[in-house]
Ligand binder design. Structure first.
Ligand SMILES: NC(=O)c1ccc[n+]([C@@H]2O[C@H](COP(=O)([O-])OP(=O)(O)OC[C@H]3O[C@@H](n4cnc5c(N)ncnc54)[C@H](OP(=O)(O)O)[C@@H]3O)[C@@H](O)[C@H]2O)c1
Length: 294
């Protein structure tokens, strides 16, 4: 069966493409050049002519500063394009899975957020992603919207976890923000869960992330570094400076502070998700193995 994948060159999309192919899907993943998602007409034609039984959208303008600088493209790619895909899937009968983000949440109060927690995005990216969620739901009630957070685990497209490990290996100074909280999601888990959900008769919004209590970027980096020491990739735990979000002047766009999600609804379907600690250990192990095998 055919699976049409958008965003196949991205951090999540690369892993999704490999996992779907390994699971026996015939994957068609048009590149940005082959199908610009800002072109709704071309996008509709791509979906209608694909013959796909499933359409998975891993594409987005995912950089917060990129969205701030070009809100029109953010709106077209993050909101209009998923709605266009959903409408086209309504015509073809294809299953549609769209990825969204914890940044649609308000992020003011501490603690885990579930699917009925109030959404109030703090930035252009979050606003465009929230609009995408709403338009997808309107266009296709059977669509699945999976909110992921702090995607990591693809060594070819390093996240802050892999970037910190890379710096530690080269002896560079380390620093991480210690007062902003979420939970990591391994791209491999996203791909596995998408494939598990495709045949299930479920729809709507699900939070797809590791389990456990909210962690800061500092906490996540520390768990990854501790694992590097435990497996002998680093001789000792290197020092790491604790930064405050307010000091992060390299960010031009606002970041919400408390967006950690509860994956309870997803797990109630019988889908297992690792703890955040296990996720970070697996992600660190995979990255370190890729570095050592170079
Ligand atoms: N990364 C995270 O930590 C994170 C956190 C929460 C939620 N998410 C969500 O998870 C999903 C996957 O994120 P990711 O980090 O894997 O994304 P990513 O690495 O930034 O990849 C984005 C993908 O979208 C494609 N794309 C962007 N604009 C396009 C356009 N106009 N036409 C066609 N393709 C276009 C890119 O292709 P080109 O590179 O060729 O342009 C790339 O393949 C997104 O929905 C994102 O919002 C990510």
């Amino acid at each position: 069966m055919k699976l049409l994948l958008f965003g196949g060159s991205g951090r999540t999309g690369q892993v999704m493409q490999r996992a779907a192919t390994a699971a026996g899907w015939q994957v068609c993943a048009p590149s940005h050049g082959e199908c610009d998602l800002a072109d709704a007409q071309a996008l509709t034609a791509t979906v209608l002519n694909s013959g796909a039984a499933a359409v998975v959208n891993c594409a987005a303008v995912s950089g917060l500063e990129a969205c701030l600088d070009d809100p029109l493209t953010a709106h077209l790619v993050n909101a209009v394009a998923p709605a266009t895909m959903a409408l086209a899937c309504r015509h073809t009968g294809a299953r549609f899975v769209h990825l969204s983000t914890d940044y649609v949440l308000e992020g003011v109060k501490a603690g885990l957020k579930n699917e009925s927690t109030k959404c109030k995005p703090a930035n252009v990216y979050g606003l465009s992603k929230r609009e995408g969620e709403q338009q997808v739901a309107e266009a296709l009630a059977a669509a699945l919207v999976l909110r992921v957070s702090w995607v990591c685990g693809n060594p070819a497209k390093p996240s802050f976890v892999e970037a910190t490990l890379g710096k530690a290996l080269s002896g560079a100074p380390l620093a991480a923000i210690a007062d902003k909280y979420s939970l990591p999601t391994d791209a491999a888990d996203i791909a596995r869960v998408v494939l598990e959900l495709l045949p299930k008769p479920v729809s709507g919004v699900f939070h797809l992330c590791s389990g456990g209590e909210p962690l800061s970027w500092y906490d996540c980096a520390l768990i990854a570094l501790q694992h590097a020491v435990a497996i002998g990739a680093l001789p000792v735990l290197p020092p790491m400076e604790r930064q405050l979000l307010a000091q992060a002047t390299f960010f031009r766009e606002v970041r919400p502070r408390h967006t950690a999600m509860s994956n309870e609804r997803l797990c109630s379907l019988g889908i297992s998700m690792p703890s955040a600690t296990l996720t970070l250990q697996r992600v660190a192990g995979r990255y370190l193995a890729s570095r050592l095998n170079k």
